[in-house]
Design a protein around this ligand. Structure first.
Ligand code: B12
Ligand code: SF4
Length: 468
């Protein structure tokens, strides 16, 4: 390791974990969402360190060029990476650079992309090991004895999240420079505020997989089922984080928080009494289950301070909802909107903060017609308090619809461009110009037709397009 560049950090280990994401996301990010930390990295590094395997850390997000990254990855015997489809371009480039600098070093990969697109990764000789599936019960042995494993290997997961250690958050990368820390009021290793609640933010996971089968997602076809984290363990972790670092609000990163009523009832009972503060939180639900358990939903919003309610509405048109196998109807969506509007009015009247929707919407779904998109925008306008999160549909490998479009040669997402800019074109044959004009308000007369109240302008969705 003698030829380390003088300004590179002094290595403590011969193993490096490389955090992935777009260059500069922890230096000068476009917005707050690029700054979320990676729980896969956090969990696996915690497990390694608890087993006396130290790892160093570098990140593609804390540098602004590959030249800057090079000295930080040189000299290591092993490189570890959590590869998701949207970080695959950085993983590929990093592996190639690492091998140029360390021809005898080993590149060990795992993560969602390794799980759903192993063939793509097997074609790249720089990836020495590719682990499909969960890694918590394989990572220690794999790092100790890489030669005992085939190139493509099956990971081993815990039976339940109760077995996961609490992440040592100081193993996460730090934002670089005073500018980002000041702008986003970072209190590392807590995460910065993003408009959902006050900072410092604690992101947590209480469940690992959503059992539904929406064709653009259906993660339960590739993430093995796993017991949910006990309510008390979640609360204990939050209390610990608050004592150690201070917590301002919470983001529950579960794909589907509002599932399993037994667990939710326990959360309803214990969170208001056992948590050091009733921190407001962001969490996700579905419109059909809100309609199925409206009392439970209302109690959670009011009593546990669930104040940013993320709902995967996706579309306001039954035709498209069916096409997506969403198992939700227009009517379910409107039921949920009216319920949250009503709860919001009541809380506001009582002087409390009303709940706000984080409303996930997809446009540009193959087969969508203009009238379907108008219906979606009409639905959005019915929400009184809303942060729209609009994305052009992206055909990710692993999902049923993604796999189909890739097989048909219709995906425009390639290994160099899984995800870059919000208005990237993702699928052949979709009229993206129409959608850009729609978001710019060009069709507002059409959209507003038939709306009797709550007329809102296109300012509601003009800047709401996100990376997907
Ligand atoms: C939280 C989350 C987010 C958060 C934060 C992301 C972050 N920084 O971690 C936010 C909201 C920002 C987000 C955004 C997006 N996300 Co997201 N997200 C998730 C979610 C719900 C949980 C991720 C997580 O922490 N899991 C828990 C950890 C422990 O699991 P893990 O990281 O996979 O690691 C395990 C294994 O993969 C393995 N492993 C990982 N690394 C390694 C390395 C080695 C060497 C080994 C052996 C094993 C191994 O072991 C780990 C422990 O079991 C997942 C779904 C899910 N249930 O996992 C989707 C998911 C990862 N997201 C996804 C997508 C598509 C996105 C978006 C593009 C938009 C969208 N559709 O949501 C954006 C893009 C973000 C960006 N950077 O621009 C997809 C990825 C699909 C794919 N093929 O890769 C998923 C799977 C959801 C889905 N079904 O569509 N996301
Ligand atoms: S889109 Fe939402 S509801 Fe559908 S499978 Fe994915 S996480 Fe579950």
């Amino acid at each position: 390791m003698s030829d380390f560049w003088p300004w590179a950090k002094k290595p403590k280990s011969n193993i490096l974990w490389l955090d992935l994401g777009d260059l500069g996301d922890l230096v000068n990010p476009g917005g707050p969402h690029e700054q979320w930390q990676d729980h896969g990295l956090g969990l696996l590094r915690t497990i390694l360190h608890e087993n006396d395997i130290q790892t160093d850390l570098a990140s593609t997000r804390t540098v602004t060029s590959w030249e800057q990254l090079a000295p930080q990855i040189k000299g290591y015997d092993m490189l570890l990476m959590n590869v998701r489809s949207y970080t695959y371009p950085s993983a590929l480039k990093a592996a190639q650079l690492y091998k140029e600098l360390n021809p005898d070093g080993l590149v060990m990969t795992g993560g969602m992309h390794a799980t759903v697109a192993p063939d793509e990764m097997m074609e790249i000789e720089e990836f020495d090991k590719i682990c499909q599936g969960p890694g918590e019960n394989v990572i220690v042995d794999l790092v100790r004895n890489p030669d005992a494993y085939p190139r493509l290997l099956q990971g081993k997961g815990a039976r339940t999240m109760a077995e996961w250690p609490a992440i040592d958050r100081e193993l996460w990368p730090q934002p670089q420079g005073r500018k980002i820390k000041r702008r986003f009021k970072w209190k590392w290793p807590m995460e910065p505020e993003c408009g959902w609640g006050p900072g410092p933010v604690a992101t947590i996971l209480t469940s690992r997989v959503c059992p539904w089968q929406c064709v653009f997602c259906n993660e339960n076809s590739y993430i093995p089922n796993m017991g949910r984290r006990p309510v008390e363990a979640v609360i204990d972790e939050l209390n610990y984080l608050d004592r150690k670092y201070g917590v301002g609000s919470v983001v529950i990163h579960d794909s589907m928080f509002f599932q399993n009523p037994k667990w939710l009832r326990e959360w309803l009972e214990l969170y208001p009494t056992k948590a050091r503060k009733r921190w407001s939180y962001w969490a996700a639900g579905r419109a059909d289950t809100v309609r199925q358990w409206p009392d439970l939903f209302e109690a959670l919003v009011k009593e546990t301070n669930w104040r940013t309610v993320s709902i995967g509405f996706e579309s306001g048109s039954d035709r498209i909802l069916r096409l997506l196998n969403k198992e939700v109807t227009e009517e379910d969506n409107y039921f949920t909107i009216d319920l949250v509007n009503r709860i919001g009015d009541e809380l506001e009247a009582a002087g409390e903060t009303p709940p706000v929707f984080w409303s996930n919407i997809m446009l540009g779904i193959p087969g969508e017609e203009r009238e379907d998109a108008y219906k979606t925008m009409r639905m959005l306008k019915r929400m009184k308090r809303v942060m729209p999160s609009i994305a052009f549909y992206a055909p990710y490998p692993g999902s049923a619809l993604g796999n189909q479009l890739i097989a048909e040669g219709k995906s425009l997402m390639s290994k160099d461009n899984y995800h870059r800019f919000p208005d990237d074109e993702k699928v052949k044959g979709v009229d993206y110009q129409f959608y850009r004009e729609l978001l710019a308000g060009k069709f507002d007369a059409e959209i507003n037709r038939g709306l009797t109240d709550m007329l809102r302008g296109a300012d509601l969705y003009e800047d709401a397009l996100i990376k997907a």
